[in-house]
Structure formats: structure tokens, C-alpha cells
Design a protein around this ligand. Structure first.
Ligand code: HEM
Length: 152
């Protein structure tokens, strides 16, 4: 049960961040000011209301699954998870909220693009870290063994 929750929540969290990232880049490059504002709004509602519970469920179930286990891969996943959560709470959520407010007010100035750049860098960082957690998770569960002889 915990394993199923972890797998589904992990895939949902990664897909949500990837969707935010891709839709932001595409709409900034190709869309009108109105469509940028629409994407920024959708990222906050319902986006954050999907992402935050998905990350919490992934982290919670991950820590529960690792209670009886030790090893290098578990330690690395825990360390990355702390960074993913801090990056989300301290950078990604505040960025999404202010960008939505500025875009809905039509305020696309330098400040908007600086915060947008910060959000993209933080989003890409979380995507890489979550991807590494997926890789190590698939190794731990035995679905994907890259180096079967290495102790983990
Ligand atoms: C965003 C963060 C994370 C993602 C995307 C993620 C993803 C995954 C995935 C895809 C699996 C394979 C599940 C399966 O094959 O059924 C997995 C397994 C696992 N994950 Fe995570 N995980 C994350 C965070 C964590 C954290 C923080 C921990 C705590 C140390 C953790 C511990 C585990 C364990 C112990 C397994 C192996 C479960 C088993 O088969 O016994 N994960 N993870």
C-alpha cells in the first residue's frame, strides 16, 4: 500500500513539475500576455493544490518505506528530498504566487522576468533531483537495476 502510494505520488509530483515547466516555457515563447496570465493562474489553482499534496505524500510514504532500511541510496534520497521540499516551499510556491499576481495585473516588467527565471531554475533543479530519486527508487524496488553487484 505504502509502496503504491509512493509510486503514484512520485510520478504525479514529477509530471506536475514537468508540466509547469514546459507550459511556462512554451507560453512565454509563443503565447500572448493573456495566455501567459492564464497559465500562471492555472499553476497556482489547481496546480499547487495537486503538487503540494503529491510531494507531501511522496516524502511521507518514502520516509515510512525507509524506516526499516538503510544504505547509500536511501541516504541520498532523504538528502535530496529535504532540498526538494525547501526549494518548493521557499522558492517555487512564492514565485508561482507573485508571478500569478503580476501577470493578472498585466505587469510584465524586468522584475517579472527575473522572478520567472528564478522559478525556472528552481523548477529544473527539482526536476533533476526528483528524477534522481526516481532512478534510485527503481533501483531499491528492484524494477530497474543498473548495477546489480553494487551493495546498496
Ligand atoms: C520526489 C521524491 C521521490 C520520488 C520521485 C521517488 C520515487 C520513487 C520511485 C519511482 C520508486 C519505485 C517504486 C516502485 O518501483 O514501486 C521509489 C521507491 C522507493 N523510495 Fe522513493 N521517491 C522519492 C522520495 C523518497 C524519499 C524521501 C524516500 C525516503 C528515504 C524514499 C524511499 C524509497 C524507498 C525505500 C523505495 C523502495 C520501496 C520498495 O520497493 O521497497 N523515496 N521511489
Amino acid at each position: 500500500m505504502k509502496k503504491t502510494v509512493h509510486l503514484i505520488a512520485g510520478i504525479l509530483a514529477v509530471s506536475t513539475i514537468a508540466t509547469f515547466f514546459l507550459s511556462t516555457v512554451l507560453v512565454e515563447l509563443l503565447g500572448s500576455a493573456d495566455s501567459v496570465a492564464a497559465v500562471k493562474r492555472l499553476i497556482v489553482i489547481p496546480g499547487l493544490f495537486i503538487l503540494v499534496p503529491a510531494i507531501a505524500a511522496t516524502g511521507g510514504s518514502g520516509f515510512a518505506l525507509s524506516k526499516t532500511r538503510r544504505g547509500r541510496l536511501i541516504d541520498a534520497k532523504k538528502k535530496r528530498m529535504r532540498f526538494i521540499a525547501a526549494n518548493g516551499v521557499l522558492v517555487l510556491i512564492p514565485c508561482a504566487i507573485v508571478l500569478n499576481a503580476w501577470a493578472s495585473a498585466g505587469s510584465f516588467d524586468t522584475r517579472f522576468y527575473l522572478v520567472q527565471a528564478l522559478e525556472l531554475v528552481a523548477g529544473a533543479t527539482n526536476l533533476v533531483l526528483m528524477g534522481l530519486n526516481m532512478r534510485d527508487g527503481l533501483n531499491l524496488s528492484g524494477r530497474f537495476r543498473a548495477t546489480p553487484t553494487t551493495p546498496r
